[in-house]
Design a protein around this ligand. Structure first.
Ligand SMILES: [Zn+2]
Length: 289
């Protein structure tokens, strides 16, 4: 007889062994569902607690920004459908930047929707190689994701137009070579609100800012990014991660009836200044000054 306790422990071990995914998400907030909601005009939040995805609904179909992790598409689909829209009506897929936490679900979403994939030029090879040409993570298998074909290559200032909505792609490189900040205008309560969706202003651990052989102009690109971000008119402050714009703090206020919770021009300015400072501090450290 094998003691029952032993059998239970063995079963638990076997279950855990097979259940642990090959690439565990490092942050539980990345996979925690979040209630989908309308931010303003035709712009909706359909991401998780921290991985932001945005749906823009037009009479000609939808635009989706960010496909998130490889495991995220069912979560995003559920959010889109909970809002009363059809996933198959998504016509264009965009990203904040070509890291697996914003684009790994792309291949699956393109299969399900037949959307056109539109990506900023310097991030195209990263997306199409599943991360193999990333300047920093090319040899890091844990950062890989399913490759996906890009249908339209975007350049700084290009616009995406669908059903009367126009998005502008701003190249704000540094975090990746093609990091994209999206802007659009939304009518809300008789006003036009400028929306900024920040693409990625952070210096990741291990990023080489000085004499980087795979990204020689990284420092100039970060500096240029902060100039661009500073110059963008912003009423509604959003970004690739909920943490950028305090989603967890603003959403409860919004839900309680404060329709202006995401209108935060001062918060935007403070965030950009803070990220620029963090970049300059890291640069100083790496320069040995
Ligand atoms: Zn990233």
């Amino acid at each position: 007889m094998i003691p029952k306790r032993f059998v239970a422990a063995a079963l638990l071990f076997a279950a855990l062994y097979f259940l642990v995914p090959a690439k565990a998400a490092p942050n539980p907030a990345w996979t925690t569902p979040f209630p989908p909601f309308r931010i303003a005009g035709n712009l909706y939040y359909v991401g998780s607690e921290d991985l932001a995805s945005y749906l823009i609904v037009t009479p000609k179909g939808g635009i989706l920004i960010n496909s998130n992790l490889e495991s995220s598409p069912p979560l995003i689909r559920k959010s889109v459908e909970a809002l009363g829209f059809h996933f198959s009506e998504i016509k264009i897929l965009l990203i904040s930047h070509a890291h697996y936490d914003h684009c790994a679900g792309g291949a699956e979403i393109l299969r399900e929707t037949h959307a056109k994939y539109e990506v900023m030029a310097p991030d195209v090879s990263v997306v199409e190689s599943g991360g193999r040409t990333d300047f920093n993570y090319a040899n890091d298998k844990s950062m890989r994701f399913p490759p996906a074909h890009v249908d339209r290559i975007l350049y700084d200032g290009d616009t995406i137009s669908l059903g009367g909505t126009v998005l502008t792609a701003h190249l704000t490189a540094g975090h990746t070579k093609g990091t994209t900040t999206w802007t659009l205008d939304e009518p809300e309560a008789g006003r036009t609100l400028h929306v900024v969706i920040v693409g990625g202003p952070n210096v990741n651990p291990g990023y080489k800012l000085v004499r980087n052989p795979t990204y020689p102009r990284i420092t100039a690109d970060y500096r240029h990014q902060f100039e661009i971000l500073k110059s963008l008119p912003c009423d509604i402050f959003l970004g690739a991660h909920g943490g950028y714009f305090d989603l967890a703090e603003k959403y409860p206020r919004f839900k309680a009836g404060d329709r202006t919770a995401f209108t935060d021009p001062e918060g935007y300015k403070a965030y950009i200044a803070d990220r620029k400072q963090a970049f300059e501090t890291e640069l100083k450290k790496q320069s040995g000054k």
